[in-house]
Design a protein around this ligand. Sequence first.
Ligand code: GSH
Length: 204
Amino acid sequence: MRLYYHPRSTCSRRVLMTAHHLGTELDLVLVDLIQGAQHAPDFLQLNPNHRVPVLEHEGFVLWESYAIMQYLADRAPGSDLYPRDLRSRADVNRWLFWCGQDFMPGVSLLNWENAIKALAGLGAPDAEAVARGEGLLTEAAGILDAHLTRREWICGAGLSLADFALGAPLIDQERARLPIADLPHLQRWLGRLRALDAWKATVA
Ligand SMILES: N[C@@H](CCC(=O)N[C@@H](CS)C(=O)NCC(=O)O)C(=O)O
């Protein structure tokens, strides 16, 4: 199985965490996003959205990190990361959709403006975009923090794809100046994630 990825891509990282936890081996193919390799015709054949991650497995091509995580988990016998029970699975799905729709817009804006632009030498953060990202993430992260008040992991059935999906993009929280430092339940949960081998083995 081949994964087209970039080491600083948080969407790639949630897939790498999942694969590592499941013990699934992936052949990694670097797509140099800084050099624009995602716009090369060969790569656009795989993903017309010009984005990583992309999985290629025996001729089957899959893009969208959440779909890739689900595919990997469903192929791994005996794993609880993506439960089979109807309601437990619906619970995980709920947080995966919420991650893409409500959580990532703020995180992505701040990662880009405050962290990636500086690393890639692309100039100063845009103040208006930063303010928009802070507003979006403050609301979403507050919801997650309240949800985690009495929970070890996001879903009742235990560690799941939801934890990897939401946790992976927070790796650069200081550099990206994510407004989550004062959220105690979210930070405790992040500490538990950081202690996992899947986290440690996938730090860029
Ligand atoms: N919804 C997609 C988002 C993928 C995405 O935004 N990937 C970024 C890196 S984290 C990317 O490849 N950006 C390059 C570009 O948009 O040109 C997923 O979850 O896989």
